[in-house]
Design a binder for this molecule. Structure first.
Ligand code: PEP
Length: 251
């Protein structure tokens, strides 16, 4: 039985004071203990969030990390070993905003994934298609290629300790959500692809859906058999909304 997970990607939002408010509101939520919950603040505020959520069941992750596992001469980057030292448990790799805006191709994503795991962090690998790829009928091909690249480079065993988030690019921050069936079809294809390699790992891995998830649509999405929770952007900045999404994942 897979534990569901809800991950809140705060993206490049927040100030010390707005984050202090969000921490306080998160601490007041009644959250289901059956769900793994994590928030991903901007790097600058990770320590504030780790300290502020001490004793709470919400864990903390980072939105990005370096391709190298350990500290060294890499100006402007933060190594996964430093993130682990700061109290992170997870790191997002391959978010479509970074793939598109920072030119992070599969080779870079795969290195970041491996570096994160080498430091004991759990990578949350994001994959998903653009609108034109969906409209031309290439969704499964694109997703399978992104996943296949990682399997080819790092092997299947790395998925024993990882999370995959299917995030159609056209659904991120747009208010457009994949229908539960559209999302389920892609999740089922991802699990089948993994299962062709190692069935046990495929059955155990959490597959999150991301793309304009909110309290109003979470329960329906999470009721699908291969959707094990969500990666939430905008709605995770509102503690009450985030709490409702977490409770939907716990039902
Ligand atoms: C995301 O950034 O991963 C995301 C899914 O954003 P939103 O929920 O705002 O679409």
């Amino acid at each position: 039985m897979r534990r569901t997970m809800v991950a809140g990607n705060w993206k490049m939002h927040g100030t010390r004071s707005s984050i202090a408010e969000l921490i306080n509101s998160l601490r007041c939520l009644a959250l289901p203990s059956s769900v793994d919950i994590a928030v991903f603040p901007p790097c600058l505020y990770i320590k504030q969030v780790v300290d502020g959520l001490k004793g709470n069941l919400i864990q903390v992750g980072a939105q990005n990390s370096a391709v190298e596992p350990t500290q060294g001469a890499l100006t402007g980057e933060i190594s996964p070993s430093q993130l682990a030292d700061a109290g992170c448990s997870y790191v997002i790799v391959g978010h479509s905003e970074r793939r598109r805006m920072m030119g992070e191709h599969d080779g870079i994503v795969n290195r970041k994934f491996a570096a994160a795991q080498a430091c004991g962090l759990i990578p949350v690998l994001c994959i998903g298609e653009a609108l034109e790829q969906r409209e031309s009928g290439n969704t499964l091909k694109v997703v399978s290629y992104q996943l296949g690249s990682l399997i080819k480079e790092l092997g299947m065993s790395v998925f024993a300790n990882a999370v995959i988030a299917y995030e159609p690019i056209w659904g991120i921050g747009t208010g457009l959500t994949a229908t539960p069936q559209q999302a389920q079809d892609v999740h089922a294809a991802i699990r089948t692809q993994l299962s062709e390699e190692t069935s046990e790992i495929a059955q155990g891995i959490r597959l999150l859906y991301g793309g304009s998830v909110k309290a109003a649509n979470a329960a329906e999405l999470f009721s699908m058999p291969d959707i094990d929770g969500g990666l939430i952007g905008g709605a995770s900045l509102n503690a009450n909304e985030f709490g409702e999404i977490c409770r939907a994942a716990g039902n």
